[in-house]
Design a protein around this ligand. Structure first.
Ligand code: M6R
Length: 613
């Protein structure tokens, strides 16, 4: 959702804020704004991308060494200049940026109106800054105290940063259920939604916990208090983020860069964890709570979107290789049901960002019921990583493109390692197969590399052939069914073509009615088991004049004869197929979106990190 950045120090704030907003733009991009204090408080806001704000501020006074910036993903109020952040209090003294939702804003607004407050925008955020002003003025409070008292009256989620022009040598920041990190530099501090705007200045950070308020001052002081007014010890962490990981490099888009990074990111995920020659696999997080994981009654996998698709592959993997029963749940459904979960369950949360509000809430609920909570997360230090009892990072590096690609293959790699490890240790796969899978796992990065090199031209050509279709159907069986879902999601989110993923055999139970000569049907047909069945499904589509694009194993001449187009991927063991079969679908949606003139990295209405429910 929205991106937040704040700076206090000796440098000019403007370039730090603008570059920070550009880095955070993947979190929200409908409007952006900054406030910089320099004796006076200058606030500039603009609907649209950060570039619009840059153009707007060219002729403005942007001097000052303390400031805050925001890039918005609208919740309350349409995207326009007025609703953009920062919001200013009625008396002009306070300026605030906010990520999250103040759920009781309507009640608070009514009460404030009775006190004489008037509002410019439709946002919940403006209510919060007026509430802080009201408390500060009425009780004559210091800004941090006014923020603390105000937040105790608020229901909802927030990450905020506030500047008080009467007390301008400090930033006050607070969080609840929306991420916020403080960067500690030399005589300077940064505050941001995630470390990406901070990493080029300092790798020393403190991730705030829920209901904590941080005050950073120009003279180098960092103080953290709980909302109950208790002083907290800041836990300072060292990041390991390389600047080039956050840049596009020679690629036109982040998404393309991230697709092409996959040979490396999959290898990074396995680094130090798999050694086929020596016959071992180690997943640190699993070993820290071996007994509970090995003896679990079942695994419940909770996630959203692409991470949910990875979770579905996890179900196939754990059940086939480790013989552990698995349920895969949409986190948003799980959290609001009254599910039967107990201490014999292991709940695995999958999340690239580690901040998805529904996944976090589902985990909290599972934790309160006694389950062991395990996180498979990309972003180091994220809320899910901190909430879980144990877990594993996928080490994919920053994923900036809104459409998730390398995080997906990282999650599937991690789940594959876990399933192979558990299968071998529990005696549900023989050593020979275990060793074969380890060797094959180690081969996957090279195979992705080969696939990316060989299939690129053909995929671009096919993209050109189907780019104008209004609908598309994706079919797969077994391990390739979740890939069909993922392929369809990738297409719809970045090219705005309506697409559906289905288990291939389910086609006959409804979607077949949609098939005619205008319907591209993408069949992921790399299966060894049930190969003949998927061939029959392709015949059924062809019999109805559907246009078949088949993802097949190298050298498959049978499907090549019947499909309109084929894309070949290297052969591998069936449980590892998803790591290869997803790649052409990522590229296909990328090229279609590009040809349709869509904004690949920042598709409409979407945001990278969904921190509101
Ligand atoms: O950060 P998370 O993995 O928890 O995010 C979950 C979904 O919001 C995310 O996968 C979303 O579906 C992506 N836009 C898919 O490309």
């Amino acid at each position: 959702m929205c991106g937040i950045v704040g700076y206090i120090g000796n440098k000019q704030a403007y370039p730090i804020l603008i570059n920070g907003l550009k880095r955070l733009e993947y979190r929200g991009y409908d409007s952006a704004g900054i406030a910089i204090f320099n004796g006076d408080l200058n606030v500039y806001k603009k609907q649209g991308k950060v570039q619009e704000l840059v153009n707007f501020t060219k002729s403005k006074n942007t001097q000052g060494t303390i400031g805050i910036g925001h890039t918005r993903w609208a919740t309350h109020g349409e995207p326009n200049d007025t609703n953009a952040h920062p919001h200013v209090s009625g008396n002009g003294r306070l300026t605030l940026i906010h990520n999250g939702i103040i759920e009781n804003y309507a009640l608070l607004k009514e009460a404030l109106k009775k006190e004489g407050h008037t509002f410019q925008s439709e946002t919940d955020t403006e209510v919060l800054v007026h509430l802080i002003e009201e408390l500060q003025t009425r009780e004559n409070l210091k800004i941090e105290e006014a923020v603390r008292v105000a937040l105790s009256k608020v229901i909802g989620a927030y990450a905020i940063v506030v500047i008080d022009r009467e007390d301008p040598d400090k930033l006050v920041a607070a969080r609840k259920a929306s991420p916020l990190v403080v960067g500690i530099g030399e005589d300077e501090f940064f505050v941001a939604s995630d470390p990406t705007p901070i990493a080029e200045f300092t790798q020393k950070v403190v991730f705030l916990n829920d209901e904590e308020i941080a005050v950073v001052t120009r003279d180098g002081d960092l103080q953290i208090k709980s909302i109950e007014n208790e002083i907290q010890n800041p836990f300072i962490q060292e990041l390991d983020i390389k600047i080039e990981e956050m840049e596009k490099g020679d690629f036109e888009h982040y998404m393309l860069k991230e697709i092409y990074e996959q040979p490396k990111t999959v290898a990074d995920c396995m680094r130090g964890r798999v050694n086929a020659a020596e016959g071992w696999i180690k997943v640190g997080g699993v070993d820290t709570c071996k007994d509970r994981i090995f003896n679990a009654n079942r695994f419940i996998i909770a996630a959203c979107g692409t991470s949910w698709h990875a979770g579905l592959i996890g179900e196939y993997l754990f059940e086939e290789l480790a013989r552990i029963p698995v349920e895969v749940e949409y986190a948003s459904e799980l959290r609001y049901r009254n599910p039967i979960i107990n201490e014999k369950d292991v709940v695995i949360a999958l999340s690239q960002s580690g901040e998805t509000a529904d996944t976090l809430a589902a985990l909290e609920m599972a934790k309160s019921k006694g389950a062991l909570c395990y996180g498979i997360v990309n972003n180091v230090g994220s809320s899910i990583a901190r909430l879980t009892h144990a877990g594993s990072y996928i080490h994919a590096g920053p994923e900036i493109g809104v459409a998730s690609t390398k995080a997906f293959t990282g999650q599937v790699t991690l789940l594959s390692m876990m399933a192979i490890h558990l299968g071998y240790e529990r005696g549900t796969i023989p050593r020979s197969y275990y060793l074969q899978l380890l060797e094959e796992l180690e081969n996957i990065p090279n195979k992705i590399d080969r696939l990316l090199k060989n299939a690129q031209k053909q995929i671009e050509f096919i993209a050109g052939e189907i780019k104008d279709a209004p609908n598309a159907l994706y079919l797969g069986r077994g391990y390739n069914f979740p890939i069909a879902l993922e392929g369809a999601l990738k297409l719809k989110e970045i090219s705005y073509i309506h697409a559906e993923g289905y288990p291939a055999a389910e086609m006959k139970h409804g979607p077949i009615a949609l098939i005619d000569e205008n319907m591209p049907v993408i069949v992921i047909a790399t299966n060894k088991s049930a190969y003949e069945k998927i061939v029959s499904n392709i015949q059924e589509v062809k019999a109805r004049k559907g246009k078949v694009i088949a993802i097949v194993k190298e050298g498959d001449s049978i499907i090549r004869e019947i499909a309109d187009y084929t894309i070949e991927i290297p052969d591998t063991d069936e449980p590892l197929t998803p790591l290869l079969s997803v790649i052409p679908l990522q590229l296909l949606s990328y090229h279609i979106a590009l040809m349709r003139g869509c904004n690949v990295d920042q598709p409409r209405n979407l945001a990278k990190s969904v921190t509101v429910e």
